[in-house]
Design a protein around this ligand. Structure first.
Ligand SMILES: NC(=O)c1ccc[n+]([C@@H]2O[C@H](COP(=O)([O-])OP(=O)(O)OC[C@H]3O[C@@H](n4cnc5c(N)ncnc54)[C@H](OP(=O)(O)O)[C@@H]3O)[C@@H](O)[C@H]2O)c1
Length: 282
């Protein structure tokens, strides 16, 4: 059986949808905190079990008879997140899971500007040390986060953001989900670490060009990270402001500039391009 954690989230639900095209619902376990969030999958015959990343014992019970586990990284940050992931990895060992897939981030390291990549570095090491067979998907930034970053740029004609000329190999979340479902149901991924993203990379000037539609042009204006940070801190809790400011600086330093053929290979087709995605926002 294949189990998916975070099955009530965007990536989890999309992966479940693709998995249902590949294998029978009775061989899929959706692990969630709140079963009410995945009734549409229960109705299709998917096994729904409760599990909280904070509770290792209950998680081990929810992994009974599971061979392959997709651990979708928690939405928490820092030590709390690593502790949660550690609980799931320990529960997987306890329950006899053979293979763990994990959703990581590009360029994980102890000094990453994008602070979640520090948690991913620590989690990847825990997974490798666990002795379980692993497959790590270092997912690039979702295209889907762009609306949050773009604000009213398409209307105002000005895109203010501190990413300099840095490039990002964005991937659409549903493309990542489809690739995960394909990998979870195929051979050849033992102890592999994949950079998951586009075969190319785009700068924020490219984003502005892609937004320039219907005769209205959008100009990218690179702003200082300090000004962006000050603005974020007015509206958001400090750790989130720090994470978002770090993400922009990491973009500028090309930490997400990782063109790779792997996503295309796993999909068996070209991933959705940034240009195509931005057209859907118009
Ligand atoms: N690459 C990127 O650009 C990017 C962007 C955003 C996030 N991410 C990472 O990728 C992950 C998946 O993305 P997403 O879009 O699917 O995020 P999402 O929609 O926020 O889903 C997060 C999932 O994690 C579950 N979860 C959180 N805390 C949990 C806990 N203590 N125990 C069990 N489940 C818990 C949530 O359950 P509930 O429904 O119960 O809350 C939800 O199902 C995120 O969690 C984050 O680590 C990556």
């Amino acid at each position: 059986m294949i189990a998916i954690t975070g099955a009530s989230g965007h990536l989890g639900k999309a992966t479940l949808e693709f998995l249902l095209n590949k294998t029978s619902p009775e061989s899929i376990v959706a692990i969630v905190r709140d079963p009410q969030k995945v009734t549409e999958f229960a109705d299709k015959g998917v096994i729904v079990r409760q599990g909280d990343y904070n509770d290792q014992a209950s998680f081990a019970a929810s992994l009974a008879d599971v061979d392959t586990l997709l651990l979708i990284s928690s939405a928490s940050l820092g030590d709390e997140r690593v502790h949660q992931h550690s609980n799931v990895i320990n529960a997987a060992k306890e329950a006899g899971v053979k293979h763990i897939f994990y959703t990581s981030a590009p360029n994980p390291s102890t000094t990453a500007l994008f602070t979640p990549a520090i948690d991913h570095f620590r989690t990847e090491n825990l997974i490798i040390e666990s002795g379980l067979t692993y497959t790590i998907f270092r997912n690039n930034l979702y295209m889907d986060i762009l609306p949050m970053v773009l604000g009213d740029a398409a209307q105002s004609g000005k895109l203010h953001y501190p990413a300099g000329a840095g490039k990002i190999s964005f991937a659409l979340r549903t493309d990542i989900a489809e690739a995960l479902a394909n990998a979870l149901t195929s051979e050849g991924h033992d102890n592999k670490v994949y950079n998951i993203g586009a075969t190319t990379a785009w700068s924020f000037s490219d984003v502005a060009d892609g937004l320039s539609q219907n005769g209205k042009s959008v100009e990218y204006i690179d702003i200082p990270n300090s000004a962006y940070t000050t603005e974020l801190e007015k509206h958001l809790p400090a750790p989130i402001a720090k994470m978002l400011a770090g993400m922009a600086e990491a973009m500028k330093q090309n930490d997400f500039n990782l063109p790779s053929p792997t996503l295309e290979q796993l999909l068996g087709r070209e991933p959705i391009s940034l240009e195509a995605y931005l057209k859907t926002l118009a």
